[in-house]
Design a protein around this ligand. Sequence first.
Ligand code: ATP
Ligand code: IPE
Length: 290
Amino acid sequence: MAAADCVLKLGGSALTHKGRRESARDGALRSAAGLVRELCAAGAGRCIVVHGAGSFGHFQAKAHGLASGSPTNSESLRQGLCLTRISVTKLNHMVTEQLVMCGVPAVGISPFGAWRTAGRKITQAGIAAIRDSLEAGYIPVLHGDCVLDSEQHCSILSGDTIIEVLSREFSPKRVVFLTDVDGIYDRPPDTPGATLVDSIAVNADGSIDPPVLTSALPHDVTGGLALKLQTAINIVTQSNGSIPVLICKLESEVAKRACLTGELRTGEGTKLFLRQTEETTSVIASGWAG
Ligand code: ATP
Ligand code: IPE
């Protein structure tokens, strides 16, 4: 399987007004598209874009209980799934359209259908469509979605969870999460005294140093920043540190350098790396063991 230059996550908080139903931030959509165009121009266009749902999909998913589903697969659940998909694919259309308008060969690819879960755990990942699109010179644009679940009819598949699978399948040089804040803070950024954490050391057992406190909005059905942080930790540990994870602000000068070189200077964002021990050093020397 050919490797990707970068897996890029466009955060739902950055792309949308999270508290306002189905409200996209036009400036953020343009920034994201401009960034991907610059990556292509710099010869690093072999990337996969995944975006969150933000204020699209979450309200509908919550109203119909899609995250927990139901083994009896009721009419209301089906209706909720259809409405949620209309909403999340609306945002995917907007993101993809903006990319194409900027000259990026982007194609929207929805997880529904090709990805499946059982009791919320992924049992099938639609890798072929992504690989074929990449190899044909397109930039796949995936998104958090609801998918069929063999135990509870349906479940929510977060963009962050998709990224974890893509990191395993495509061994990107780096994974970059672009959000509405500068990076990960030691506590929610709206809390007095919150400080940006420049780097987070991930231990082989998945624990991190320094510790981080997070918060999530009540209508967020996929866990907010805590899930993102867990995803980032998983990518670092599963790749034995060969895939660095960077978190920085979407609408910033920093984002392009982070995607192209993996460099983040002090105060520019957060980088997660594997804390080296004698054991991990020898595994890294022998490559990806995930
Ligand atoms: P999505 O998951 O919707 O795609 P996202 O990538 O934009 O969205 P969120 O899950 O919304 O990410 O997380 C970003 C938000 O998390 C920020 O708006 C911030 O207010 C909040 N947050 C909570 N705790 C922290 C923390 N310790 N550091 C940074 N942000 C935090
Ligand atoms: C949620 O996707 C998809 C829905 C069906 C609601 P994400 O988990 O990727 O969305 P964000 O990250 O919270 O915006």
